[in-house]
Design a protein around this ligand. Sequence first.
Ligand code: HEC
Ligand code: HEC
Ligand code: HEC
Ligand code: HEC
Ligand code: HEC
Ligand code: HEC
Ligand code: HEC
Ligand code: HEC
Ligand code: HEC
Ligand code: HEC
Ligand code: HEC
Length: 356
Amino acid sequence: MRTNKKSLAKNFMFNFIKLSGRMLFTCLLLTQVHVLGQNKTNEKTCVECHKRTVKNNILHGPVAAECTNCHIPTGMEHPLEDVEGFSLLAEGSDLCFTCHEEEQATIASNKYIHKPVSQGECLECHEVHSSNDPKLIFSKSPDLCYFCHNEIEKSVEKSSVVHQPVKEEGGCVGCHSPHSSPEKKMLVSNPKTLCLSCHDKTLIKGDRKIANIDSLLKKSKMVHQALNKSCNSCHDPHASENEYLLSIYYPTGNYAPGTEDNYELCFGCHDTDLLLLETTEYATEFRDGDRNLHYVHINKEKGRTCNNCHSVHGSSREHLIPETVKFGNWNMPLVFKKTENGGSCKGCHEEKAYVR
Ligand code: HEC
Ligand code: HEC
Ligand code: HEC
Ligand code: HEC
Ligand code: HEC
Ligand code: HEC
Ligand code: HEC
Ligand code: HEC
Ligand code: HEC
Ligand code: HEC
Ligand code: HEC
């Protein structure tokens, strides 16, 4: 029985779903008389009394075919007060899965399942009868998602930097599957691949050019190991109050007070000793004898920032040292030479060397 109904529904879909809503509606009324004899109550068709079910211009396949695909007549006269004229073929997502076997199989095969999906609440997002959206959703993301993910909406509203795809229509589902995924947080792909799928070209934001990170990493001799797993250890994928969507404040100019707090982003993984100890034999390799040169350059009121000497994603040089340093509008060349037991730089100053 079910299989027959299903293929019947599918046939109707092939024939009609691609037509415009108006055409579809007309077809529906015609077929109603022809096919759906059993769908009459007191000589009226279901939709004559239940116009609301077909009010939107895209009809769900089985609705276009036959109401009793889902509403099984109980044999009681309809409509009557206090009498249920129909029972549903199945409840919750079980009803949907009687026909959407592929979707069911995909969801079952995935490790991470969106909670409303695992709880069978398909109708939190989908209309069951008719819709203005071909995927039968109530609204496009982000609105659809904000209905439950209020916290993300709030953070987007209060943030000074909002990631472009988050604001776009359908943007949330560009990064998250609405149902399930083999990846954590229902990401559509491995997190790093996801970011690089758009950041494989120079992007434009206002009058700013945003560097092509993918090609930068491919050109780099050394890639920062912080990027190994994902980009999210430093960036918020949605919105942030810090420039560059950084999850924690981090000074990106040339100077900043050399406090531990200012470099919390880095000290989530690196030891603060590299900045705080004036002399050390172990805390850093950037030292002249035991004189800590990180301390010398950074640990003061007008300290130099990490950016002066490190390129945070990757670099063609050892130790993530860049070839040029942005100093105002000038791209100052930084000549770094590595030696067996130290190195030297020419750039901000004449060549100065350190020997451990
Ligand atoms: C003569 C008008 C009329 C016709 C024809 C009609 N209905 Fe109804 N139906 C009603 C009214 C009135 C109610 C109760 C109020 C409401 O829920 O809208 C109702 C309620 C329902 C309900 C919810 C309560 C229940 O009984 O489960 C379903 C489902 C339903 N109708 C399905 C159908 C289907 C399917 C058909 C066609 C086979 C149909 N109706 C034909 C008037 C009608
Ligand atoms: C794909 C399965 C399916 C088909 C086909 C279907 N319905 Fe429904 N219908 C449902 C489900 C599920 C609910 C319960 C919705 C809820 O709980 O929010 C429902 C609820 C209803 C209700 C009561 C609530 C309401 O929305 O007014 C009516 C009336 C109704 N359907 C009429 C119809 C009519 C008329 C048709 C054919 C034109 C139809 N349905 C076809 C699944 C279906
Ligand atoms: C009786 C069979 C049947 C049932 C039950 C059913 N569907 Fe469908 N559904 C279909 C058919 C057929 C299509 C059209 C498929 C196509 O166009 O390829 C469809 C299309 C859809 C679409 C449009 C997206 C697409 O695949 O192009 C969504 C979303 C959807 N159904 C969700 C649901 C949900 C949610 C439920 C449960 C409340 C449900 N369906 C129950 C048969 C069914
Ligand atoms: C959190 C909201 C949400 C829930 C809950 C949800 N869906 Fe969806 N579903 C969507 C969105 C959004 C799309 C469209 C995705 C896109 O455009 O890529 C979609 C697409 C679909 C499609 C079309 C798939 C395709 O490949 O085009 C089907 C079928 C479907 N959903 C069925 C279901 C079923 C069955 C359930 C319950 C088990 C369910 N959905 C629960 C949001 C949801
Ligand atoms: C009906 C409510 C509802 C809607 C609508 C909804 N979600 Fe969710 N979502 C939840 C719930 C509940 C959780 C689980 C939260 C928890 O466990 O703290 C969740 C969790 C998530 C998670 C985290 C999953 C994890 O593994 O931690 C992501 C990502 C997510 N939703 C994305 C979306 C997107 C994208 C949309 C829009 C397409 C959306 N949600 C729409 C209810 C919803
Ligand atoms: C550019 C890709 C991208 C877009 C667009 C995006 N997200 Fe996310 N989202 C992510 C990533 C990556 C994570 C995982 C963050 C982590 O693991 O720390 C995430 C995590 C989440 C979580 C889990 C909460 C948490 O902090 O762990 C929710 C809920 C969520 N996103 C909802 C949404 C909603 C709603 C939208 C649309 C308004 C959206 N996302 C748009 C990439 C994105
Ligand atoms: C260790 C922390 C960290 C990690 C991990 C990280 N970033 Fe960044 N990212 C930064 C900092 C700091 C800036 C701002 C200063 C700069 O560009 O050097 C930035 C800037 C950016 C910018 C803006 C570049 C511009 O030209 O304005 C993009 C795009 C970006 N990152 C993407 C990514 C992507 C994609 C990944 C993962 C492959 C990633 N980031 C991983 C720290 C990080
Ligand atoms: C769907 C395409 C897309 C994906 C996927 C994507 N981005 Fe972006 N990203 C953009 C665009 C477009 C911009 C520039 C416009 C803007 O953000 O306003 C941008 C800008 C950025 C910026 C610079 C923001 C600023 O104002 O300085 C950072 C940092 C960034 N993305 C990081 C990431 C990270 C991390 C991921 C992965 C979680 C990611 N992006 C995934 C499209 C994408
Ligand atoms: C998610 C963890 C993580 C974060 C956050 C992080 N790093 Fe790293 N970083 C690593 C790992 C792992 C290595 C490789 C092991 C090592 O050298 O300590 C590394 C290596 C480095 C190196 C190269 C060391 C060498 O001699 O080759 C530099 C320079 C560096 N990080 C600077 C930074 C800066 C600056 C920040 C803050 C913007 C930062 N890191 C944030 C994990 C992180
Ligand atoms: C004046 C240039 C300069 C500045 C500023 C600078 N570094 Fe370094 N850093 C170096 C050099 C050079 C090395 C490589 C030392 C070696 O191995 O010979 C290094 C090495 C490192 C290493 C590898 C471990 C170690 O200490 O040897 C880390 C991690 C690191 N830096 C993090 C940072 C962080 C975080 C900041 C900002 C708080 C920063 N650096 C600022 C020049 C600098
Ligand atoms: C942003 C400018 C700037 C950059 C880039 C820079 N330095 Fe310096 N460096 C200074 C200044 C200025 C001093 C003098 C100490 C002070 O006033 O803080 C100094 C001091 C030194 C000293 C100590 C000299 C002494 O005995 O007092 C050494 C060694 C040194 N730098 C090596 C390097 C190396 C190696 C690099 C490249 C990895 C480098 N510097 C990059 C600005 C810079």
